[in-house]
Design a protein around this ligand. Structure first.
Ligand code: PBG
Length: 329
């Protein structure tokens, strides 16, 4: 049937009707808030490129987490800024590492029971050179070693799970890491800990502000020998396939808005739970426009999040989690 019998505008006439026929929804329980935990006490250091985001010492992180729980947010994604860095990323896998310590503290706090604690597994915040794996140097030439990095990444995952992480989320992009982590977890009697893989993580300029927040910018070179080329959709599907075969339980797609097609295709192909990570640069870019009065903050924020749900993600990691949860309350 065509116009005039069919009139699409009939179902757009009132907010009540629009609400009834709305296909995609956001809810606070499907939002994950990233926290950057740093040494010290009473520290709340603003990240200049990410308004409203801070490096938090553990005492402050607990307060932030309690606020998230009150807002009904689904979980936290934890990153750590260690007091010291070295070539072996000792701070990533030592049992008294900064995120391990935070996890043990969070798990004692009943007010945080409703939050899923997700530990990002990577070495870049903990290595002196800022790369996500072990670096082998030969004069001017350097190589990010794959296989020797696996052992440290697997140790990191097991240590974080042992400290209480509900989920471990590898973001390093070394080949074979999911299998290595699954084996390390199982060997440590942590066979119930799920792995959420950033299976098809792209080498993206949109991680720029994060590297200030996590103090993890590579000191030389870039991440293009391990993170994916943004031009490759088929390769992304293959990466996901491989990680699922190796034992990944769920996926985290990233970046988000510049890669909506990848999210949609992954949703259509793979029947596993999937999140999207609205990364630091996406957040900063929107904030820059808000500050200039170029975009309406609340509407632009909600629309950006809705696009990720519509593309097929079940949940969203976002620096807007608290702001969005307040809107949805
Ligand atoms: C660690 C990691 C990064 C992000 C999440 N985990 C940075 C990177 O790969 O350089 C980026 C998140 C963001 O930009 O918000 N490897």
């Amino acid at each position: 049937m065509n116009f005039p019998a069919t009139r699409m505008r009939r179902l757009r006439r009132t907010e009540a009707i629009r609400s009834l026929v709305r296909e995609t929804h956001l809810h606070p329980g499907a939002l994950i808030y990233p926290l950057f935990i740093c040494p010290g006490e009473g520290v709340r250091k603003p990240i200049s490129s990410m308004p409203g985001v801070f490096n938090l010492s553990l005492d402050e992180a607990v307060k932030e987490a309690e606020e998230c729980a009150k807002l009904g947010i689904g979980g936290l994604l934890l990153f750590g800024l260690p007091a010291e860095k070295d070539e072996q990323a000792t701070g990533a896998w030592s049992d008294d590492g900064i995120v391990q310590t935070a996890l043990r503290e969070f798990k004692k706090n009943r007010a945080l029971d409703s939050l899923v604690t997700i530990a990002d597994v990577c070495l870049c915040e903990y290595t002196s050179h800022g790369h996500c794996g072990i670096v082998a140097r030969d004069g001017d030439h350097y190589e990010i070693e794959n296989d020797s990095s696996l052992e440290l990444l697997a140790r990191t995952a097991a240590s974080l799970a042992k400290a209480g992480a509900d989920i471990v989320a590898p973001s390093d992009m070394m080949d074979g890491r999911i299998a290595a982590m699954r084996e390390a977890l199982d060997r440590a009697d942590l066979e119930q800990t799920p792995i959420m893989s950033y299976a098809s993580k792209f080498a993206s300029a949109f991680y720029g502000p994060f590297r200030e927040a996590a103090d993890s910018a590579p000191q030389f070179g870039d991440r293009r020998s391990y993170q994916m080329d943004g031009a490759n959709r088929r390769e992304a599907m293959r990466e996901i396939d491989l990680d699922l075969v190796e034992g990944a339980d769920m996926l985290l797609m990233k970046p988000a808005m510049p890669y909506l097609d990848i999210i949609r295709e992954a949703r259509d192909r793979f029947d596993v739970p999937m999140g999207a990570y609205q990364v630091s640069g996406e957040y900063s870019m929107l904030h820059a426009a808000f500050e200039r009065g170029w975009l309406e903050p609340q509407r632009a924020m909600m629309e950006s999040l809705l696009s990720l749900r519509r593309a097929g993600s079940d949940f969203i990691v976002t620096y807007f989690a608290k702001d969005a949860a307040k809107v949805l309350a």
